[in-house]
Design a protein around this ligand. Structure first.
Ligand code: ADP
Ligand code: MG
Length: 681
């Protein structure tokens, strides 16, 4: 019987959340910055604004009552006095800061001789020797105090196997570099440490880049061994038929990416291509043309989307474009969704198994085991970031019976900056649609305080009188669908009252698929003036007549999410607008990141610029989302700044794989651990 696993403490859970499981993971968790606790500064010598550590005696302590209760502590170090101010505190704080206590205090000194102050300084009993090394401050997460993390890192450092994996000796050994970076001597320049130019940092960045290059190269060599059906483009088929009947001409960017995809499909090697293009840039028709090439070669294509609504919409559009062309050739399109009747589903499965269905459109239902394709050669995944690795792998396995793999086209409206794409998507080619179809008017964005809600409702009335339609999006207040629903329902009632004679609809995640479909149909057909929804419309819906979007509690959405939402308007020729309603709650003003996000939204509609700013505001880990972060993402090195090291790693990786595969394997394991598998999907 397996031993019962001890329960994880919250701090351990937080460690795991950061990906810190093995001793080596902890050893490679390097400080963000350092604090100098090696010196005690006399208060009288501290300048206004300087961060210092003092050693002093508590001479007074009181709690000031009022709406913002404060703990006020006066300390004296023999050269001067200083007031310590705490807005949040526990009884244990008061006890530790009782008059007579000798403490070490570290914080920013404010004010000169008129009275020095520190706001929320760190403090500890003034006992024991001063540390001899700078104190590291590690990247952390909620529920994981620095003190716990420091001990965990120390333990990891002591237990990790740090034997060398680089084939040639280096000036700094891995052990020396890590010991140094975790506990640098106080005389080291903080600047060299913090801009990461110190040789110890260089050593670690080189290691990291090498691991990345090795894993990319391994993935590529493995893919080179795989085979996919060759799908050369042929004349006079479905593709030519579609091009001839499309109601618009392709943009230059669409033509270019269609060419890139067709070139891949003609090869025996499976395509792994990411098609990125801003919302509304026209990715669907590109997917349709790729599917057409595949079907013309006599094979089947699958298209999978993350939500029922989006998959339905694709189905309708693709059926519109392709059904007549396929029917003339004795083939058709199959649909696989969640809410499907058993009998209908079985009929669809039969069409897929026989190969009569040349194209299969649907949700996750497409990857279920029961779905047996006769000959799947191309899989298209829309909004690919909403799917997990396992789901992509399941699709790839759908041609395993023939000993081959289908080509993969992954689509995303969240553009990823090039450097990030290169470092994260190990083995993925990227095509980019960097041009919107002509005739679009840019969406004007206004940031409006919740207090002016009435004006916004009046504005909705104006749009409706002009025959336009309006989206109103309610936020995720808590990670709870039930609470979101209460909020959306209240807004729905409010708007129904304020706009008599207008059909106001409500769409939320808890509705049955058939209900959602019915609401969406009313809106798509123009019968419904206003659609109130929780974030279910986040992805892909296309109603060109909608000209106004109101986003309630916009401060609670992420930047990319806001951008995606805004992309639902401005799809037709009408001037369109997006109103970002914000509320500050009890606080006097918005937090800094929320402000930065709303400002970015008002300033630009360019998805790439938005992505760049989002990355700046959030950092790469969060930017890519938990599922996608970690793996090949570079934590320390920067592809541009460390171009020299990158060149070294690029040159070394193939030689190392050929001459010393075991060492290469150990190196990748050390840096990427179990995550290396993920790079292959
Ligand atoms: P997304 O890239 O966000 O998936 P869609 O494929 O939904 O964008 O396209 C947005 C809208 O633009 C659709 O109504 C589509 O038919 C239309 N469209 C796509 N390409 C063109 C084009 N070259 N010219 C005009 N309209 C186009
Ligand atoms: Mg789309």
């Amino acid at each position: 019987m397996p031993a019962e696993r001890p329960r994880e403490s919250p701090a351990q859970r937080a460690l795991h959340k950061l990906g810190l499981r093995r001793p080596i993971d902890l050893a490679l968790h390097l400080p963000l910055r350092y604090e100098d606790e090696t010196r005690i500064v006399p208060l009288a010598d501290a300048h206004d604004g300087e961060v210092v550590q003092i050693a002093a005696t508590v001479v007074g302590s009181e709690i000031r009552p009022g709406p913002r209760r404060q703990l006020l502590v006066t300390v004296d170090d023999g050269t001067d006095r200083c007031l310590l101010r705490f807005f949040s505190f526990y009884p244990s704080h008061q006890k530790a800061l009782a008059p007579g206590a000798r403490i070490r205090v570290r914080g920013e000194v404010r004010g000169g001789f008129a009275g020095r102050q520190m706001l929320h300084p760190q403090f500890r009993p003034d006992t024991g020797e001063l540390p001899t090394a700078l104190t590291p401050v590690y990247p952390t997460t909620a529920g994981l105090p620095q003190s716990y993390l420091r001990k965990a890192v120390l333990a990891g450092l002591a237990r990790a196997d740090l034997s060398e994996t680089l084939p040639t000796p280096q000036a700094w050994s891995l052990r020396a570099a890590l010991d140094f970076l975790h506990h640098p001597a106080p005389e080291v320049s903080l600047a060299a440490l913090e801009d990461r130019s110190h040789p110890a940092w260089q050593r670690l960045k080189a290691e990291e880049l090498l691991a990345q290059q090795l894993s990319q190269l391994t993935a590529k060599r493995e893919r080179d061994k795989l085979r996919a059906p060759r799908l050369p483009a042929t004349a006079g088929g479905v593709r030519d038929g579609l091009l001839a009947t499309l109601p618009f001409a392709l943009t230059g960017a669409q033509q270019r990416v269609v060419g890139e995809i067709a070139a891949d499909l003609a090869l025996h090697q499976p395509m792994h291509r990411l098609l990125q293009g801003d919302v509304g840039s026209g990715k669907t028709v590109v997917a349709a043309l790729a599917a057409a090439v595949c079907m013309d070669a006599g094979w089947q294509c699958a298209l999978m989307a993350p939500t029922e609504i989006l998959a339905e919409q694709h189905f309708r559009k693709l059926a519109d474009w392709l059904e007549p062309l396929l029917a003339a050739r004795g083939r058709g399109i199959a649909w696989l969704g969640g809410g499907q009747k058993k009998k209908d589903r079985e009929a669809q499965l039969a069409r897929i198994a026989s190969g009569e269905a040349a194209l299969v459109v649907g949700t996750h239902a497409v990857i279920q085991d029961k779905v047996q394709f006769q000959c799947l050669a191309l899989a298209v995944i829309d909004e690919q970031h909403r799917f997990g690795v396992a789901q992509r792998l399941a699709l790839r396995a759908k041609l395993a019976h023939a000993g081959q793999e289908p080509h993969m086209l992954m689509m995303s409206a969240t553009p990823i900056p090039r450097t990030l794409a290169m470092s994260y998507y190990a083995d993925l080619d990227v095509s980019t649609i960097d041009e919107l179809p002509p005739g679009r008017t840019p969406v004007v964005t206004r940031v409006v305080h919740e207090g002016r809600r009435d004006e916004v409702v009046a504005r909705i009335g104006e749009q409706l009188r002009e025959g336009r339609q309006v989206y109103w999006v309610c936020p995720l207040i808590e990670e709870s669908e039930a609470v979101d629903l209460v909020n959306a329902t209240a807004t729905h009632a409010e708007l129904s009252d304020a706009l008599p004679g207008v059909l106001v609809g409500l769409l939320h995640a808890r509705m049955a698929p058939a209900e959602k479909k019915a609401v969406m149909a009313l809106f798509t057909e123009g019968l419904m003036g206003v659609l109130v929804s929780t974030t279910v419309i986040e992805v892909g819906v296309d109603v060109p007549n909608a000209s106004l979007m109101v986003i309630e509690h916009a401060e609670r959405f992420g930047l990319s999410q806001l951008h995606q939402l805004r992309g639902r308007v401005g799809r037709g020729a009408a001037a369109s607008a997006c109103v970002l309603l914000y509320s500050t709650g009890d606080a006097p003003r918005l937090g800094e990141t929320a402000r930065a996000r709303l400002k970015a939204m008002a300033e630009t509609t360019d998805g790439f610029e938005i992505a760049r700013r989002d990355l700046e505001i959030r950092g790469p880990g969060e930017f890519l989302g938990e599922r996608q972060s970690g793996a090949a993402l570079l934590r320390f090195a920067d592809l541009e700044e460390d171009a020299g090291l990158l060149a070294w790693a690029r040159e070394l990786a193939p030689r190392m794989l050929d001459d010393n595969p075991l060492l290469a394997e150990r190196h990748v394991q050390r840096w990427l651990g179990g995550k290396a598998e993920f790079l292959k999907a």
